[in-house]
Write a protein that binds this ligand. Structure first.
Ligand code: GDP
Ligand code: MG
Length: 314
């Protein structure tokens, strides 16, 4: 039986294997993903982003416990581009989510960057697809909110939570409009700390400056204490409310078209690049080309044009 077939019969070991193959970029992983794809599209994807140390993993752990209590199976993808291989953050996440380790209804996977050439969001999407095909009802994607990569990752989700902490006052002003735009829900975590109300007010103020249509979703700001679980039940209710709104407003259709267009473009870019780059690099032709470009006997513009023209003739 293929890995995909074994995954569809519920074998978690096969899922873990395929995820490693995805990490290693094995061509066979593509065939498995193709087999799995018709069985995806049922999971509800939640993105959680925010600065390191904001309490995202702690929150994911608590949110997971609540979804489990509500009878949902939960997949977790922890993406941490700052920690290569067995980086501290991911190790920490394992510990924080440890209580779910023996729960068959929870599947946790960490992804760190290992020279993904812009393919981190695609790998995340692939892993999420495997979890979706496994029958996970909810998939939570945790990512550090720092760069474009993370914004791309978050675009894979149906509902995005942006986690902040008190005392970020000036930082909030500095936060790019981007992060305000991607949040469907804002969470002020560590509400046990001084300044939580102030951060909440400032966030609300900034959000009010946006103009919303009549039936638009207005991102709420919620306070949590992830460590003690305070406010998490309400948070999950709000996440579910957003999901309901997506379906009832028709916004889900737009979101799915957007998301699949993005995914398709990512896949196409990756594949086209790999097709050209692999042989160019392996054959040593790229080294020669570089030397020529630096010596100004060639230029990158005509080199790219030449490579493309040659590929089209082949
Ligand atoms: N005081 C306080 N600390 C918290 C709270 N939630 C999480 N933490 C702590 O903040 C630290 C970072 O948490 P973590 O979940 O790893 O943050 P992440 O980097 O955003 O995933 C840990 O030591 C947590 O125990 C909270 O509500 N209050
Ligand atoms: Mg974390």
């Amino acid at each position: 039986m293929s890995l995909a077939e074994r995954i569809l019969t519920g074998e978690t070991r096969a899922a873990a294997r395929l995820m490693r193959n995805i990490d290693d970029n094995l061509p066979s992983a593509r065939d498995e993903l193709r087999t799995l794809f018709p069985h995806t599209g049922n999971a509800f994807l939640i993105g959680i982003t925010g600065p390191p140390g904001a309490g995202k993993s702690t929150l994911v752990d608590q949110v997971t416990a609540i979804f489990r209590a509500r009878g949902k199976r939960v997949g977790i993808v922890a993406v941490d581009p700052t920690s290569p291989f067995t980086g501290g953050a991911i190790l920490g996440d394992r510990i924080r989510m440890n209580r779910h380790a023996n729960d068959e209804g929870v599947f946790i996977r960490s992804l760190a960057t290992r020279g993904y050439l812009g393919g981190l969001s695609r790998s995340t999407a692939d892993v999420a697809n495997v979890m979706d095909a496994m029958g996970m009802d909810v998939i939570i994607i945790e990512t550090v909110g720092v760069g474009q990569d993370e914004v791309d990752i978050v675009r894979l989700a149906h509902t995005t939570l942006v986690v902040m902490v008190p005392g970020m006052g000036d930082d909030i002003q500095a936060i790019k409009a981007g992060i305000l735009e991607i949040g469907d829900l804002f969470v002020v975590n560590k509400a046990d700390r001084d300044g939580a109300e102030r951060t909440e007010r400032e966030l609300m103020f900034m959000l009010e400056m946006n103009s919303y249509g009549e039936d638009a979703w207005r991102p709420p700001v919620m306070k949590t204490e992830a460590q003690r679980g305070t406010g998490v039940e309400e948070l999950v209710d709000m996440v579910e409310a957003h999901h309901t709104w997506l379906r009832q407003s028709g916004e889900m259709d737009h979101l799915l078209r957007d998301k699949h267009a993005t995914l398709f473009q990512m896949l196409l870019k990756d594949r086209l690049f790999a097709e050209v780059w692999g042989p160019l690099h392996r054959s040593g032709a790229f080294d020669e080309l570089l030397t020529a470009i630096i010596a100004r006997t060639s230029d990158p513009y005509s080199a790219v044009e030449g490579i493309l023209a040659q590929r089209l003739r082949d």
